[in-house]
Design a protein around this ligand. Structure first.
Ligand SMILES: Nc1ncnc2c1ncn2[C@@H]1O[C@H](COP(=O)(O)OP(=O)(O)OP(=O)(O)O)[C@@H](O)[C@H]1O
Ligand SMILES: [Mg+2]
Length: 345
């Protein structure tokens, strides 16, 4: 487990103090993929660099696997860092070395004998899907391939933790997905704990188990991805949710009056879906069970690795009792919440 307590980083430049990370306390479980999301300047990179002391904390402590990183002397820290891999937005590869020599580099530093090194490099190249590119130089690789080299290099010393600083931000959406899939495979196969920071909702939703939202050096909200995003409390979290869900609540209120004007019959309800993929067949279940018509008026549902969340606005038309039965059925048999927007008297 990674335990972070009261972590602070104050930068001083031109006699001005800036608190980049402010009293941050957080626990990360073994084997989880933990995401930190925040806008530019929130302090994400500073935070992740404090974990392996690429930045020295001003205050607070970091414990990784019972070892207090913040208490280590320089030579102890060098050893501890072998247990903490890191990948970067701009890959940070050695341009004059081939793919295999880049991957071998941390093994050389760790003093691993040549034969063992070559064996390990081979295994890593296979793991990250770079077979056939061993002798290429970074300049001959695509962005996705460069990041695969970065990942292989980070895994060379069998770390327990992988830190990812905007690892997909320089990649196109398709390549981003391929790299995220690779991270999930590594997490499952090697049981590696992954901490990743990003400003992209897609990255968090696709692979993270838990998320923390960071603003001005602080964590303002944290929890299971589905919980945090389906019921965002803080303004900054709501803004991130709007990235994937579109309009904010003001527009929704407007849309409702428009809907009522244009669809005056029956009952208009907004269904709130959170998780449980079984609920996703709800509309067809209702259509089969009740002799009523269902008109889909508006919908915004997005997927996370733990299931979807979002809302669907529908109109029920038909016999009043049957409509009532349908609503009751949803309330009693599913975890979908029903909000009545309009009811014809
Ligand atoms: N070495 C430094 N010296 C002084 N200030 C710094 C230093 N590094 C970061 N900062 C400041 O700390 C704050 C947090 O920066 P940080 O790079 O951690 O943010 P970030 O969330 O990673 O942003 P981005 O999404 O743009 O990468 C910013 O105001 C930044 O200017
Ligand atoms: Mg950053």
């Amino acid at each position: 487990m990674i335990s972070i307590k009261g972590l602070r980083k104050v930068f001083t430049s031109n006699n001005k103090k800036l608190t980049a990370v402010d009293n941050l306390t957080l626990d990360i479980e073994d084997g989880e993929i933990f995401g930190v999301i925040g806008y530019s300047g929130a302090g994400k990179s500073t935070f992740i660099r404090l974990l392996n002391r690429l930045e020295e904390p001003t205050e607070g402590n970091v414990i990784i696997d019972k070892q207090e990183i913040t208490a280590l002397k320089a030579n102890e820290l060098r050893a501890a860092r072998q247990e903490i891999g890191m990948i970067f937005q701009h890959f940070n590869l050695l341009w004059s070395r081939t793919v295999e020599d880049n991957i071998a580099f941390p093994l050389e530093i760790a003093g691993v004998p040549k034969a063992e090194r070559m064996e390990k490099v081979k295994e890593l190249i296979r793991l990250v899907g770079l077979s056939g590119r061993e002798k290429a130089y970074p300049s001959q690789l695509s962005g996705g391939q460069k990041q695969r080299v970065g990942i292989a290099r980070a895994l060379a010393n069998n770390p327990k933790v992988l830190l990812c600083d905007e690892a997909t931000s320089a990649l196109d959406p398709e390549t981003t997905n391929a790299i995220l899939d690779l991270l999930v495979d590594i997490n499952r196969e090697l049981g590696l704990t992954i901490i990743l920071i990003t400003h992209e909702m897609h990255v968090i939703q696709k692979i993270c188990h838990r998320v923390a939202v960071m603003e001005q050096g602080k964590i303002v909200e944290q929890g299971e991805v589905l919980d945090v995003f389906s019921r965002p409390k803080e303004q900054v979290t709501k803004k991130f949710v709007a990235q994937v869900m579109g309009n904010g609540s003001d527009d929704e209120t407007k849309d409702t009056s428009y809907l009522v004007e244009n669809y005056p019959d029956g009952k208009i309800v907004r269904l709130h879906f959170i998780g449980e993929s079984t609920n996703q067949t709800l509309i067809s279940q209702i259509a089969k069970r009740f002799p009523i018509d269902i008109n889909i008026l508006q919908g915004k549902i997005t997927q996370t690795q733990a299931g979807g969340y979002g809302t669907l606005v529908i109109q029920f038309v038909g016999n009043e009792n049957e409509i009532q039965n349908a609503v009751q059925y949803i309330c009693e048999n599913t975890s979908v919440e029903v909000e009545v927007i309009h009811n014809v008297q």
